[in-house]
Design a protein around this ligand. Structure first.
Ligand SMILES: [Zn+2]
Length: 399
């Protein structure tokens, strides 16, 4: 028997869970009942303590592109260099190739403690689903212990064509996925985003955007917020990247984040890819490829972080591990301790942004919880003590 520490932020009712308060966590001897961790008694003396959290959620990744780095030309460059390199790689994208790489990525995520993830899938120019979509749909069916949600990824200009958007929305709905697009300096982004909102309403889909992925003058983020507010869309909306928010002065940032909060839009930081691709000039970069997480959070906007690209043209290293993404994000964006307060970014809030039930520790069977030998949440986020399945000792059951 060992003591357990649980982050208060991941409990539905921390005031009724028992245990001893330690910072933003509760610590004590676990009470298990009917395959649930239902509370804590006083901590046992002279006993080691482990941390328990819900299984993790990976809200933004690319299983179709992952693990291509070893066969790519040298990729050192900016976003456009990466897009070109990855396009050239598509000559290798047979069914077997996509299946092998994506399965490897999915197993890595599961090993890191992930139970739900959203993978984008490059869609291309045709209205019909590409091969990678079909392969990933099959993989999603085969892995019953994980929710693999798919989201098409295409330039938002294409979404300005109603029949094209409807075709993607039908495919996304059939796969229980999300409707997604890439928004940068596109000429028809207003019409494209409007069509997406309309299709998402009709088909009951969450929306997903790669938006403002650059330290330039783009401001698709505010346009998305304006259109969500205008149309009163009330489904989940997740905006990834939002890097050019860094270029706005304080007054503009205040205006934009206030709109995001009113529109109930969640923003996901993707530090591996953005730190690798942004501020590519001469020498060492001196600007951070990040969004304004602290200002967003202060305004009440839900924020997330995720793994994004892994061993591909957009990020040659990386790993499918939301906790590693949180570690990097914390250092890059100054997310200060206590670290328990940031764990919803890779658990409850991430699930909510994907349109999934944001379950808490006391709500679910033990198979949906994960345990780390870390002594506290700072050690957990540091990643030195990986998450693993939680299996209670028989003598602690049904106390
Ligand atoms: Zn991405």
């Amino acid at each position: 028997m060992q003591n357990i520490t649980v982050p208060s932020s991941l409990l539905r009712s921390p005031d009724r869970f028992g245990g001893q308060k330690s910072g933003d966590c509760l610590t004590g001897s676990p009470i298990f009942r009917d395959d649930r961790l239902v509370g804590l008694d006083a901590p046992l003396p002279d006993t080691n303590t482990v941390v328990v959290v819900p299984a993790l959620t990976e809200a933004h990744c690319h299983l179709d592109k992952c693990h291509t780095i070893t066969r790519l030309d040298p990729v050192a460059g900016d976003l456009m260099t990466a897009i070109s390199a990855q396009l050239r790689d598509k000559t290798h994208w047979t069914s077997t190739d996509i299946r092998t790489r994506a399965t490897r990525g999915l197993i890595e995520a599961k090993t890191a403690g992930v139970e739900a993830l959203r993978s984008h899938v490059d869609w291309g120019d045709a209205a019909e689903p590409p091969l990678a979509w079909h392969v990933l749909c099959e993989i999603a069916q085969e892995h019953e212990d994980v929710t693999l949600q798919l989201s098409p990824l295409t330039g938002v200009d294409q979404m300005a064509e109603c029949s094209f958007t409807q075709s993607l929305a039908r495919a996304a709905a059939a796969a229980k996925g999300a409707l997604g697009a890439f928004v940068h300096d596109h000429a028809e982004k207003r019409e494209g985003i409007s069509q997406m909102i309309q299709a998402a309403k009709e088909h009951g889909l969450p929306l997903d955007f790669h938006v403002d992925e650059g330290l330039d003058d783009c401001n698709g983020l505010e346009l998305i917020a304006d259109l969500i507010l205008e149309t009163r869309f009330d489904g989940p909306v997740l905006c990834g990247h939002a890097v050019s928010l860094m270029n706005r002065d304080a007054e503009h940032v205040k205006r934009i984040v206030e709109k995001l909060a009113r529109a109930n839009i969640t923003v996901c930081a993707l530090p591996t890819t953005n730190l690798y691709l942004q501020d590519r000039r001469q020498g060492t970069p001196d600007r951070r490829g990040l969004t304004r997480l602290r200002e967003l959070r202060a305004a009440g906007v839900k924020i997330l972080t995720a793994s994004d690209n892994v061993a591909d043209a957009f990020c040659p290293m990386g790993q499918f591990d939301p906790m590693a993404a949180l570690h990097l994000t914390s250092l890059a964006a100054h997310l200060d301790p206590p670290m328990a307060q940031w764990l919803p970014m890779v658990t409850t809030d991430a699930r909510r942004a994907m349109g999934l039930d944001p379950f808490h520790i006391e709500d679910v069977p033990l198979s949906r919880l994960r345990l780390s030998d870390a002594p506290d949440c700072e050690g957990l986020v540091s990643g030195r003590h990986p998450l693993r399945a939680l299996s209670p000792s028989p003598d602690s059951q049904n106390r």
